[in-house]
Design a binder for this molecule. Structure first.
Ligand code: ADP
Length: 674
């Protein structure tokens, strides 16, 4: 017998299991059945290549039995089994690289989420310690002579030694803890509890799950006196107890049925067994492809974006079946990267059982299935957007980033994805405010929370006045910041709608997608702005030209005082009520995006300087010009330059480089004017 130590992270996990973090402790059984089913899949799969590995007379199945007196629960399969080395690497260590992250997530999650996390991360086997004090695993690898027994009490070490075992596969015996109704720990030696649990979690498992059940019946052949009623007979000597295997799961492949035969509840239950999510899905998409590619698909969108959706090494994809046999649990080739949140099943009778990972990538059929899945998902989302806008908003709140990612990466579907997008804008905000104030009038002064409605590009374009050529957008950290931005002034005055792009990803998206429906996306915080008809533009240009003559010397002086901070100074045609603002040069990243990228660890980004635009019609600038005219060496000019720069930063929600210095200047100015 050899003794081994668990790794420290495994020990930590085992501790958590034993202290029963989970509100639903029955997941343990689900995990063991799922492992057994995988093992059966593997054996069946191996037998496709080498028929000697599975005798025709042997039925692949999972057996569960309990012993009330000894408080043991046994889960047994005739799957592929494990060698000694496989026992060590599979059960002795947690193979999953994300375990640390998992343990962290688990500590933070609420009880409901915890039981959903356990499945997503596959702590699988270790969940035995939710129910048991100690466990033995007897296993014999298919095609091998030797069998091994693994024993652990879950405290930190385990032992392995050789043993005798009839038949291939794995038998797991758990010594159960006392049941405890208060602690939500049901008695798993109770056959009814076992059967219910199998039904709940493992009904669709593709192998029979047999549970050993007791049957009491009246002994046959007992002398039956006249008037002896078998159904009411209580004579213990007439009773016999027999044990029989009963199949506890229905094995029905729900995706093969037409959706009329299945209730929503059954679909939702299936979704939950598949994903371990505890909430119903947001949307279900039944796919039934016929013709040159035959397959059935049952795809779900979770109502909450999976928490690990944006982790780099999260495995995603749909479950792939060929001729109803499971080929792969998470087949990434079936969905593009940006649809990684989809859960579900694809089953095709046109696919070969011998499909390997390498072949998958090149397989034409898989490519076609994927294309069709994408089409169906986009159809369903368009439908949802039109027919159930509220539900669509839930979708959008959860998945907007991946859809944006898709528009930037999936060229074929770019236009369809753009149509799915929604943004807050100057229009939607003012509509919301109108509604909120109407509601206030009617509901005796009580304010309803303003709903945040959003606009599509189509709706935006339909509202564009005739003289507006481009789609205008402003980027910023939050709605509060952008909606007060001085950059908006001229656009609002003209009645042009401006999209508020407050997700830094928007900028990345529109760097890849510069036009929507033939209209350029113009960032109003960048480059020069000219609005209105040709005539108005000409008029504006002439006015600015003449003002430039007056302001040239002052602008040079401001540029001189702020040479470290800004690129240049120019007169603004985008400001009406603010004295100044900062604008990026055409093609530059916005300060928000620069901050995001440096937060992500890229600190050596070149710092681009921006242009200070001043408003020649603002009294502040006009007075400054007079002061400058009287004495161009006035020390106040430098201080005002700093103040103007600071104000422009504050107005767009950027931090001040030196708040202390700024406050000093403001105080000095206040003292001077009092
Ligand atoms: P996961 O199933 O997520 O990989 P587990 O801890 O549940 O994690 O199992 C670890 C590994 O142990 C499995 O991947 C499998 O290789 C092996 N294993 C577990 N149960 C069985 C079983 N009943 N038969 C054969 N191998 C098994």
């Amino acid at each position: 017998m050899e003794r081994f130590e668990f790794k420290s992270e495994t020990k930590e996990l085992l501790q958590m299991m034993a202290h029963s973090l989970y509100s639903s402790k029955d997941v343990c059984l689900r995990e063991l059945i799922s492992n057994a089913s995988d093992a059966l899949d593997r054996r069946r799969f191996e037998a496709v290549k080498d028929p000697s590995k599975l005798d025709a007379s042997e039925t692949l199945e999972i057996k569960i039995s309990a012993d009330k007196e000894n408080r043991t629960l046994v889960v047994e399969d005739n799957g592929d089994g494990m060698t000694r080395e496989e026992l060590i690497s599979n059960l002795g260590t947690i193979a999953h690289s994300g375990t640390k992250a998992f343990v962290e997530n688990l500590k933070k999650a609420n009880p409901n989420e915890q039981s959903s996390l356990i499945g997503q991360f596959g702590v699988g086997f270790y969940s035995v310690f939710i129910l048991a004090d100690n466990v033995t695993v007897e296993t014999k690898r298919v095609g091998q002579d030797k069998a091994y027994i693994f024993k652990s009490t879950g405290d930190g070490s385990y032992t392995i030694e050789e043993t005798e075992k009839a038949g291939f596969g794995t038998r797991i015996t758990m010594n159960l803890r006392p049941s405890d109704a208060e602690d939500n720990l049901e008695d798993f030696t109770n056959e009814w509890t076992i059967k219910q649990t199998v039904k709940k979690y493992s009904d669709f498992v593709q192998y029979p799950v047999m549970v050993l059940c007791e049957h009491k019946h009246h002994r046959e052949g007992v002398e039956e006196a006249e008037g002896h009623d078998v159904s009411t007979c209580n004579d213990p000597t007439h009773q016999v107890t027999e044990k029989k295997w009963e199949q506890a799961n229905s094995m029905k492949a729900i995706w093969l049925k037409s959706d009329k035969e299945v209730t929503d509840e059954e679909y939702n239950d299936f979704y939950k067994t598949l994903t371990y999510d505890y909430q119903d899905p947001l949307l279900r998409i039944n796919i039934n492809a016929e013709g040159n590619m035959e397959f059935k698909g049952l795809v779900f969108i979770p109502s909450k974006a999976p928490f690990d959706m944006n982790y780099r090494d999260t495995k995603y994809g749909l479950r792939l079946y060929a001729q109803h046999v499971l080929i792969m649990d998470k087949c990434q080739e079936l969905v593009p990267d940006y649809l990684r949140f989809l859960k579900g099943v694809v089953d095709s009778s046109d696919l070969n059982l011998n499909l390997s990972r390498e072949i998958l990538q090149k397989d034409k059929m898989i490519g076609r299935i994927r294309k069709h899945v994408v089409k169906k998902i986009l159809d369903a989302l368009e439908n949802l957007k039109t027919n159930d806008p509220d539900k669509y908003m839930t979708f959008w709140e959860n998945y907007s980033r991946v859809i944006k990612e898709g528009a930037a990466s999936d060229y074929d579907n770019k236009d369809r994805l753009l149509k799915l997008m929604k943004f807050i804008s100057t229009y939607t905000v003012s509509e919301d405010e109108k509604q909120a104030s109407d509601a206030k009038d009617t509901e005796n002064g009580e304010t309803k929370k303003a709903s945040k409605s959003q606009t599509t590009f189509e709706e935006y374009i339909a509202r564009m006045p005739e003289d507006q050529k481009d789609i205008y957008a402003i980027t910023g950290e939050s709605l509060e910041v952008v909606r007060n931005s001085p950059h908006l002034e001229a656009f609002l005055q003209k009645g042009y709608e401006v999209l508020y792009l407050i997700d830094p990803y928007d900028e990345i998206l529109f760097a890849n997608v510069p036009e929507v429906q033939g209209k350029k996306i113009v960032f109003i915080g960048r480059g020069e702005v000219e609005l209105g008809s040709e005539e108005e533009k000409k008029e504006q240009r002439e006015k600015l030209e003449s003002q430039k003559k007056d302001y040239n010397a002052l602008m040079d002086a401001l540029k001189d005082k702020l040479s470290n901070e800004i690129e240049s100074v120019r007169l603004s045609s985008r400001l009406t009520t603010s004295p100044a603002c900062l604008v990026s040069q055409e093609g530059d990243m916005s300060p928000q995006l620069q901050r995001l990228i440096s937060k992500m660890g890229h600190n050596n980004m070149p710092q681009t300087k921006r242009i200070l635009e001043i408003n020649p019609n603002h009294p502040l600038l006009q007075k400054l010009l007079t002061k400058f005219g009287a004495n161009d060496k006035d020390p106040m000019i430098g201080k005002y330059a700093q103040l103007l720069y600071g104000q422009s930063l504050l107005a767009e929600g950027s931090p001040l480089p030196d708040p202390v210095e700024y406050t000093k200047l403001v105080t000095e100015l206040m003292v001077g004017s009092l």
